[in-house]
Design a protein around this ligand. Sequence first.
Ligand SMILES: Nc1ncnc2c1ncn2[C@@H]1O[C@H](COP(=O)(O)OP(=O)(O)O)[C@@H](O)[C@H]1O
Ligand SMILES: CC(=O)OP(=O)(O)O
Ligand SMILES: [Mg+2]
Length: 394
Amino acid sequence: MKAILVLNAGSSSLKFALFPTEPQLAEKPALSGQVEGIGANPELTARDANGERHHEPVTTSGGQSEQHRDALTHLFRWLAAHNPDLEIVAAGHRIVHGGIRFSAPTRLDGVTMRRLERLIPLAPLHQPHNLRAVHAVSALLPEIPQVGCFDTAFHRTQPAVAQTFAIPRELTAAGVKRYGFHGLSYDYVARKLPEVIGERASGAVVIAHLGNGASMTALRDGKSVASTMGFTAVEGLMMGTRTGSLDPGVLLYLMEQKGMDLKALTRLLYKESGLLGVSGISQDMRTLLNSEAPEAKEAVDLFCYRIARELGSLAAAAGGLDALVFTGGIGEHAAPVREKAAALSAWLGVEIDPQANAAHASRIESAGSRVAVAVIPTNEEGMIARYTAEVLEL
Ligand SMILES: Nc1ncnc2c1ncn2[C@@H]1O[C@H](COP(=O)(O)OP(=O)(O)O)[C@@H](O)[C@H]1O
Ligand SMILES: CC(=O)OP(=O)(O)O
Ligand SMILES: [Mg+2]
């Protein structure tokens, strides 16, 4: 079997999927899964085309970087053992930051990798791991071509006003701009939209990608016009462990009065805040929804309030609201979050049907709702496979 290997490497996980390329690129992966717990006790879980589940520990030693490499070595060995006729013809990667230069999927070589490495400080939680996976594939399968697909690329259609911070012009010219992320997810959902909401897909649409990282994007004619994430993947919504938008004065205060340095502030913004920080219990929405603790409810309420606040802002950017779409782990599965965010957005004409919502139906608005409300499972891996095949003309 000839196949494209898709990799989405995070700080502690490596998601993978194999997309057969013959007779043509498959819509669905023949195999997908992830290695989780990298840095602690990595384990590989996978599901094959027959729906059969596989689960096994990954043998590894050494630090985080060695563990990433070991995870990939283990994955290749495992893939070969389970697919004796497998021939990996290309690798497609999710790369979170493409900066100003990369506005479309690109074949990766030494020069592009060096350019992408310069963007590591802009996405410290993602970019180093994304690039490490590219290096690991080069070491293990040096002959196969690799393609980078960028989270930022989908947002390059935004008008200048949506990309600009109110800072001195020299800084804007130097690239301190709003980029936006989760673009592969938005791209996939935007292409699926006409099937689910008909001609409203070309109107004013807001997509809420609610996962561990969370953002929302306003679209017109299927193109991004504004997004909640900006220069880094920390702006906008409250997330699993990230603050989302925070009065920058808080940072000045913490530096001046509490002696917090760059490292401590980075940890606060990216790792200790969000659902985890507010609840003091967990970053995981499932855990919080199942908890009786008032702190868990406070965290979920704040998460939903922030979605509603951003929805108002994005509707302004889109010039109205014809449809609201939920995607990502929380958007696809957490009915109470959709319900609460929708209730806070009734003034915009959003009203959901409780039964359709509980059943995770693809359309969940009530009969009287002015705004169409949809749930569309995202497929970042499928998008990467498609782009990789396009770039390499497979
Ligand atoms: N059935 C569920 N109910 C509520 N939340 C869920 C459910 N399944 C997954 N989630 C939440 O989705 C989030 C992870 O989203 P996902 O998009 O998979 O993350 P990532 O950004 O790592 O890809 C977690 O907060 C998890 O609790
Ligand atoms: C950009 C981003 O936040 O990605 P993730 O949701 O994978 O953390
Ligand atoms: Mg994600």
